[in-house]
Unconditional design. Sequence first.
Length: 260
Amino acid sequence: MKAGNQYLTYWIPPYQVRGRLNRARNDEPHKTCVVVCKKENYHKRAFNLEEEALLASGIRDRIKIALYVAELDRIYEQFLHQIIPAPDPVGKARALFTWLWISKPNRYKPQGSYKLNEVIEAQLKEDAESIGNCLGLTLLYNCLLQKMGVYAEALYLENAFGTGPHVLTLLQTEKSFTDVENILPEGFDYRGHHTHPERTGWGDPELIADIYHSVANELFEKGGFAEALENYDMAISFNPRYEKARLNKAILLDKMGKGR
């Protein structure tokens, strides 16, 4: 990767331009392409949230990944067909949030899915009432925002609403920030977390880490220790400062007889 005054030039395989599909496309030839972007947009362009989220959710087949991406596009097209959003980023984000809650008024389920493929399916399924938990709803919303050209981050709270760890959307502009509480129908510009002492901003990699961590926890509970360990390692690789993943990995290693 080269750094210029205002732009970055980096070389990556062609199938990585939209994400890290190399983990699903090992048969591709090792060719490279050149991508040039402004420095401030490098991380946004080099990291594809929807494809990384599908990989973390357990979708490895590249054809299935493409199908789910197409289904995500279909949700976005449904929104555009019914709503004309305001031109500004916050207005677009508000319109999308409102439309999602109108389309599925009971979309939040505390123990619902956090996997992107499953929340996509639920959003498109006519007889589905609930869509997912806080992570699942945040992933879906943030992916759709990116399709509108609105880049959103996430906000992680170690304890929210007295129920434990929680994640929501964080919109930031040059002058202000907006919390979007995806589990509440009136959650756009939610003010209830503004004074929370444990507000931690997350980018896309940290969101992906949370999927791997959730998968690992499920596997751990079911006795799939080897796979759980792999997913804890993936969570840590995406978010090296994810202390909870490191702690759970240490507990797992101890249970497997490898810890000290």
